[in-house]
Design a protein around this ligand. Sequence first.
Ligand code: CIR
Length: 256
Amino acid sequence: MFRYAIVRTPCRKITEGITSAPELGIPDYDKALRQHEEYIAALRTCGLAVTVLPADEDFPDSCFVEDTSVLTGSCAIITNPGAPSRKGETESVIGEIRKFYSDDKIAFIKDPGTLEGGDVMMVGSHFYVGRSARTNAEGIRQFIGILESFGMTGSEVALNKVLHIKTGINYLENNNMLVSGEFTDKPDFSAYIRHSIPEGESYAANCLWINGTVIVPKGYPQTERLVKSLGYKVITVDTSEFRKIDGGLSCLSLRF
Ligand code: CIR
């Protein structure tokens, strides 16, 4: 169960966010703000107390607050983003995190280690960590060391194509995993019931389980049907503007 979420309002510079898909166009700032409000409302409907941090114009990608830390039941791990333009984003969330975790429960990923929260998928007290262009071997080594010091475990998953691990695989609890592309047959996840995202809807692999409800991006009807068929209550939220800069539902919040 999650009780809290932290989000950050998109800034005007969201139009300059990093993207691998320029053909999708530039995000519309006003529309992004409206979609972000819809997202916050969905988190509240799932029972979370949501802290909304103010927009930070110094960092175009700063609404993707998930990448700045990993908040577990036992500790908070502040990341060290691999994207140079995102390095400073961690500074401005620490103040909020200190309201929930005492200093002895806050740890940091340090240079030369890099790690982004989008590369961490939690399954109970085990954390799968994607080794990506953003998260390196040293970052993963530090991360797993911190987890172990708090009685949790982690394992590395090699990524080939996706930005982050949760771009392509997400855990919906109850042993259910939504998988797309390279995750369809990765042996790391053979113990789970893997549900393949229908052809053409791979963006919707990034669904978000919160306290029994699954938030699904709007506009992916086959994925919505699939998730409903598994017995979850579904809320859809339009994330079209965030998709233009490679962002999905999970990227937009920290949940704990
Ligand atoms: C980036 O490239 O860093 C952003 N434009 C998108 C970050 C998405 N975050 C996530 O998947 N956790």
